[in-house]
Write a protein of this length. Sequence first.
Length: 478
Amino acid sequence: MPSFRSATLKLKRRLGSRVVSTGKDALFEASFDSSKISFLPEAVIRPRKEADIGVALQLAHKYRVPVTVRGRGTTLMGSAAPVHGGWVIDMLALNRIQIDGEAGMALVQAGAKVADIQRAAEAQGWFYPPDPSSKEYCTIGGNIACNAGGMHGGKYGVTRDFILALRGFMASGDYVEWGTATKKFSAGFNLRDLWIGSEGMLGIVTGAVLKLIPQPAARWTLLTSYRDEAAALRAGLALFRQRVQPAICEFLDRESVLCAERATRTTVFPGQAGRPVILLEFTGSAAEVRETKAVVLAWAKKNATGYRAARSRAEAETLWAVRRKCSGAMFELGDAKLNEDIVVPMRNYLKFIQFLSGLKRRSGLPIPTFGHLADGNLHVNIMYHRANRQESHAAEVAVNELMRTVVKLGGAISGEHGIGLAKTPFLRVQHRAAQVKAMRAVKDALDPRGILNPGKMFAPVRIWKYPKLAVHLPWDHK
Ligand SMILES: Cc1cc2nc3c(=O)[nH]c(=O)nc-3n(C[C@H](O)[C@H](O)[C@H](O)COP(=O)(O)OP(=O)(O)OC[C@H]3O[C@@H](n4cnc5c(N)ncnc54)[C@H](O)[C@@H]3O)c2cc1C
C-alpha cells in the first residue's frame, strides 16, 4: 500500500492533532467494521465541524489519498473498511438533531444515531419510520449511504423515502446541497437520490433533512404460527390480497424459531413449538386499528394453526424480543454466517421457499431464514464453521446459487445492506455490463481521482476468504 506521510503531515497542520489521530489504537479501531476484516488507515479524522471535511477532502484530492467515511461501522458488508488505507473520517461527533414540529421534518447531522432521531421526533408527536435493527448504534449518514431499511419497509418504505435534502462535500472538497428543507424540489438533476445508497463512493453526507409523519395513535401485535413455511407464505399473500397493510410483518422459518427458542430458553409460541411464525403489527388511528383487527382475526382463524394477540405493550415487547434475538442466536449453528439480505418478488414467494429447502438439503448446512414479508426482503443466513473446509466450500457454492436464483426470480441481491465488499462477486449477476458501465461513469464523473471509498462495489472480492478479527462488538450476540 502506498504511503501518504507528507499529505498526512499537512492534514495535521491544517486541522490539528485533536481532529487528526495517527495513534495505534485509533487506527486499529477505524480499520474494520462489523464484517471484522481489517485494513489499517494512516490517519483518523474526527471532524468537529462540517467544514473540516471540506479541508480534508481538498488535501486528499490534491494528493490522491484514499478516504473512507464511517458512521458507527455496523455494516456487515465491509463497506466501511479502508481497503486502500489512507484516511478514515469518523462522523460520530457531528450528531446534532433538530425537529421542526410545524413542518414535520428533522434537521440532522450525519453522525446522529437513528434511535436518537426517532426519540426526538416521538417527543414532539412525530414518527421517523425507517428502523434498522441496529438503530441503537448506526448513524443516519450510514443509513443514507446504504439506503437502510428495516421492519417497517412494507408499509412505510426505506430511508430513501424519508430524505428531503442532503448536504455535504464532493470528492474535490466542494460543498454542495441537494435539495432544501421543503417537501417539494424539482430544480435540476436529482443528485440527492444518486447519493442515497452510494456507500460513501460519490460524496460525503454531513447533514440531511428528513421527512416525518405523525405518530400512529394505536398499535396492535399478533403472533401467528403455521404448519410449514409454504403455508406461512401463502397466508401472508392471502392477507395482502385483502388490501391489509401491516406496519410490520416478520416471517421466521422453523430453523430461526428454534434458534430463538434455544437462545431465550422460552417457547416462542406455547403449544406451537418449533413451527414457523409470522409476527405482525398494525398501526393507525384507534378506529383504523379496531377495524383491521376484525379482518385480521378472521384471516388468522382461517390460515394459521395458532394465533395470539398481545394484550398490552409489555406483552408485545416480549414477542418482539424473540424476533430480535433470532439473528445472533444463529451462531450456535456455526461460527461463520453469510447473511444475505435478498429480495424476492411476492409472486415468486412459493418458488423461492421450495428452492430454499432444496438448497438446505444440497448444501447440508443450516440456513435459517427470516425477514420482512410485506416487502420481500428476506434474511437468508448460511451458517458454517470456518475451520471446516467442506462446510466453507458448501457455503460458497450455496451463496452463489442463492444469488443467481434470486435474480432469476426477478429479485435483488440486496434490499438494505448494499454491495460494499461482500456482495461484489454478485454485482454482475444483478446488473448487465451496460448498467455497471453507467455506474462507473457516474463514479468517474463525481470522483475523477477515485479517492472516495476505493476498492468497493466494482472489483470482485471474496470476503469470506479473509481472516476475521477476534473482537467483540457491542451489537454482537452475547
Ligand atoms: C446487528 C445488526 C443489525 C442490522 N440490521 C439492519 C437492518 O435491519 N436494516 C438495515 O438496513 N441494515 C441493518 N444492519 C446493517 C447496518 O447497520 C446498516 O447498513 C447501517 O446503515 C450502517 O450504518 P453505520 O452508521 O454503522 O455506517 P457504517 O457501517 O460506518 O458505514 C456504512 C457505509 O456507509 C458509508 N457512510 C457512512 N457514513 C457516511 C456519510 N456521512 N456519508 C457518506 N457515506 C457514509 C460508509 O463509507 C460505508 O460505505 C444491521 C447491522 C447489524 C450489525
